[in-house]
Design a protein around this ligand. Structure first.
Ligand SMILES: Cc1ncc(COP(=O)(O)O)c(C=O)c1O
Length: 398
């Protein structure tokens, strides 16, 4: 007999996975080239050649030093390289002790939550949010509290944020560049959020952690922040934990490799680092995948090539606007969040499906009335999909 928690998950399922599986089904019926699956953030852009080169080179080394267990936080030389790279890019002063390797961002967030959350603790998310957070919060029987955005630009509503912080708030999660909106938080937003957090810490007399989930950090298309100059949250708020993943920027999501950073300035930093290492073992990760720790260490300075994504974004966003759809311009990541014409999300998804376009409804992200288009696909697929979007616009009377 399944646990009650899992029974409810079984009934609910994952809308992203469902759409992805429907894409596979339609592909086998009508031919892959006639189905436009924009459901999942699984990069079709190939991994940089350096990844393959390093895999081959590392595999050629003595196998005992590649495939064995290591320290639960990960290989020391890899964590040293990551700390040095962050320090060079962001003027921080991390050492290897601040870095813990993880099974992607998802693994990192669960480890951190295990270390921090008691049942009933509140975790604040900014709507719309990556759906994984919802499940992760449920894992620890914590409470999800959602903050509304300004619907014009999808920056969080500061007054709503202030209202939603309570004595039980333990953790606030931010994600910029954002999945699903593609929006990048402005410096004004960062300053606003962190000022409120400081105020609330003072009011309640205990720390509130900010977790910045940054799998899309390098996928940035706006000139205000040419790549590395995206603001680094630790500079604005001491109690920040950074989560990073190589999944998206290097197109290796299946390899499950990422890391998190707990700065010395974070409340109870030493214990939190220790606890998160213990949590890595308790959750059964034991350590992050060994081969790809080494590959990540070798590739830590490799820049994601955003040319393809920028080209995809320009073509798709400009076409959608020309056809009369409403969406905020994606500034980063590889998603467009489009408003469902007429407001009925289900009807819109049904019409898109009839055009063999697979999208994920905004409800999955805690924000109904929208749909997410994931454009980490080939340029050719986007070009081929344009007549289908034109048909969809016609069906919606745009
Ligand atoms: C915002 C966000 N966080 C975390 C993840 C999980 O990524 P990973 O593959 O690194 O576990 C994703 C994946 O789509 C994401 O979009």
């Amino acid at each position: 007999m399944l646990s009650k928690k899992m029974q409810s998950q079984l009934e609910k399922g994952s809308p992203i996975r469902r759409a992805f599986e429907e894409g596979q089904r339609l592909g086998s019926l009508y031919g892959k080239e006639n189905v436009f699956d924009f459901s999942i953030g699984n990069p079709e852009i190939p991994a940089p050649e350096a990844i393959r080169k390093w895999v081959r080179q590392i595999i050629g080394e003595d196998s005992r030093s590649i495939h064995g267990y290591m320290c639960d936080a990960g290989y020391e030389e890899v964590r040293e390289k990551i700390a040095a790279s962050l320090n060079r890019r962001f003027g921080t002063s991390f050492s290897l002790h601040n870095i813990v390797m993880s099974a992607g961002a998802a693994g990192a967030i669960n480890v951190i939550m295990y270390a921090l959350l008691d049942p009933g603790d509140e975790v604040i998310l900014m709507r719309p949010y990556y759906p994984g957070y919802q499940s992760f919060i449920l894992n620890w029987d914590a409470e999800l509290v959602a903050v509304d955005p300004d619907p014009e630009d999808f920056q969080p509503d500061m007054e709503d944020f202030r209202r939603k912080i309570t004595e039980r708030t333990k953790l606030v999660i931010v994600n910029s560049p954002n999945n699903p909106t593609g929006v990048i938080y402005t410096e004004e937003t960062i300053r606003g959020l962190t000022e409120i957090l400081r105020e609330k810490q003072e009011q309640y007399g205990h720390g509130i952690y900010l977790l910045s989930d940054e799998p899309y950090r390098e996928l940035c298309y706006i000139d205000t922040y040419p790549e590395e100059e995206l603001p680094f949250w630790t500079e604005y708020y001491e109690n920040t934990i950074i989560v990073y993943s190589f999944s998206k920027t290097l197109s290796i999501p299946g390899e499950r490799i990422g890391y998190f950073v707990i700065p010395d300035g974070a409340a109870g930093s030493r214990d939190l680092i220790k606890a998160s290492r213990i949590a890595t073992g308790m959750l059964g990760f034991v350590n992050a995948p060994s081969l790809f720790q080494k590959v990540a260490g070798a590739c830590v300075e490799i820049k994601a090539d955003i040319y393809d994504y920028r080209r995809n974004r320009d073509l798709l966003y400009n076409t959608l606007c020309r056809l009369g759809f409403t969406c905020v311009p994606p500034q980063g990541a590889f998603y467009i969040f489009v408003k469902t014409p007429g407001g009925d999300e289900k009807e819109f998804l049904k019409a898109a499906h009839a055009c063999r376009i697979l999208l994920v409804g905004g409800s999955a992200f805690g924000y109904p009335g929208y749909a997410r288009i994931s454009f980490c696909v080939s340029y050719d697929k986007i070009k081929r999909s344009l007549p289908a979007f034109e048909k969809l616009a016609g069906m919606m009377d745009l």
